[in-house]
Design a protein around this ligand. Structure first.
Ligand code: NAP
Ligand code: F7E
Length: 347
């Protein structure tokens, strides 16, 4: 039986990865950070099957202790302050967790001389203001946020340790992937929650930022399969994971609202854009500059040909099915949610 350690096990990807590894017969361990609120809701259904260890990737001693006691065959470093906008508010903490976190993990494996394969959660945000489209493993980086800059340090640290010490460590350069477990602070879940809320009598419009942002959105369970495949190779290499399709925030909204029974019609541009109910003319979506970022990444599109060729990885869930799954999930939970990001911006 192989043993895996997942940092970020309580997050969207960590929860799906834990399920996948359990299915494959792994002994699964996770790093749990202490919070004053309950933070295990995504893995509560795995209780008793995943062994949790308190620790924090900003705390070297805890990382060393947990790695030393678990002695994993595979270590998936998913822990991060993963919200791009928030990284402008907490840039130093973001660097501690997202840049130096993997350094601590690599040293925790290197110092005791463990034989452990390491996956690092790299990101399409590295491409930022990319000069070419679509982006693949050879596209130059042009990061545009403290988050992306921290992840760039992490990316190069993985490559450095791989070449300097022969550690099997890889970067998965993953494009946006979403799910029913996505936090409501990300635009997709914010939209599907709101679309469902309108079906349950929500009155106030949904406030969004840049409606014209273009992303390559996939389904998270497909992407954790890709992570695992990267660690089963004979040689450590970095891979892009993406769908190869690009859609706008507007389009995401239109499909989610349609799934919830609303024919959303767009009018106007920029700050004046509104999304209206095609039947009643009621305004359901507005643009609020509070959700504009100090620097925006306006367009990302991935080319995952290398992953298809060498890993045999092809994402199964397409864009429309992704939107439908997320919206159906929120429609099936017949409670009105608080608008999480609204609270976060207004408070
Ligand atoms: P997520 O839902 O935000 O989960 C992040 C996880 O990291 C949570 O378990 C969180 O714990 C944990 N964490 C945060 N700070 C920590 C710290 N200092 N020490 C220990 N754990 C900490 O993110 P995700 O969407 O699953 O993404 C997983 C990873 O992939 C992240 O590194 C993200 O940056 C990267 N990534 C994500 C995407 C995407 O589209 N989802 C794309 C590319 C790369 P709490 O539950 O306690 O908050
Ligand atoms: O924004 C625009 C926003 O916050 C997507 C993380 O998993 O993927 C994620 O980062 C786009 C941006 O995700 C709102 O300006 C418009 O252009 O859902 P998001 P993200 O920033 O792409 C990458 C690959 C990661 O690595 C990250 O960890 O949507 N947008 N209006 C909005 N975004 C938010 N959050 N809220 C809005 O109201």
């Amino acid at each position: 039986m192989k043993t895996a350690l997942i940092t970020g096990v309580t997050g969207q990807d960590g929860s799906y990865l834990a399920e996948l590894l359990l299915q494959k017969g792994y002994a699964v361990h996770g790093l749990l950070r202490r919070a004053s609120t309950e933070n295990t809701s995504r893995i509560d259904h795995l209780s008793g099957r995943v062994t949790l260890h308190y620790g924090d990737v900003t705390d070297s001693l805890s990382v060393l202790n947990v790695v030393e006691s678990v002695r994993p065959d595979e270590l998936y470093n998913l822990a991060a302050q993963s919200h791009v906008y928030t990284s402008f508010a907490v840039p130093e903490y973001t660097a501690q967790a997202d840049a130096l976190g993997i350094l601590r993990v690599l040293e925790a494996v290197r110092l005791p001389g463990l034989d452990c394969r390491i996956y690092q959660a790299s990101t399409s945000e590295l491409f930022g203001d990319a000069a070419q489209s679509p982006q693949n493993e050879s596209t130059p980086f042009s990061p545009r946020s403290p988050y992306a800059i921290a992840k760039q340090y992490a990316y190069w640290t993985v490559r450095c340790y791989r070449e300097a010490y022969g550690i099997f460590a890889v970067n998965g350069i993953l494009f946006n992937h979403e799910s029913e477990r996505r936090s409501e602070l990300f635009v997709t879940r914010k939209i599907t929650k709101a679309a469902a809320d309108f079906a349950f009598g929500r009155d106030e419009p949904l406030r969004l930022g840049n409606l014209d942002a273009l992303r390559d959105w996939g389904y998270a369970p497909d992407y954790v399969e890709c992570m695992w495949r990267m660690l089963q190779q004979n040689t450590p290499e970095d891979f892009v994971a993406a769908t190869g399709e690009q859609h706008s925030v507007r389009e995401f909204c239109r499909l989610a609202f349609a799934r919830a029974g609303v024919d959303l019609r767009w009018q106007g541009e920029g700050l004046d854009a509104v999304g209206m109910d095609g039947k009643s003319g009621k305004i359901l979506v507005t643009v609020d500059p509070a959700f504009y970022r100090p620097l925006e990444v306006s367009s990302l599109l991935g080319d995952a040909e290398k992953a298809r060729r060498l890993l045999g990885w092809v994402p199964k869930v397409g864009f429309e099915e992704l939107v439908n799954r997320m919206t159906d999930h929120d429609l099936s939970h017949k409670t009105r949610s608080k608008d999480a990001e609204l609270f976060y911006k207004d408070s």
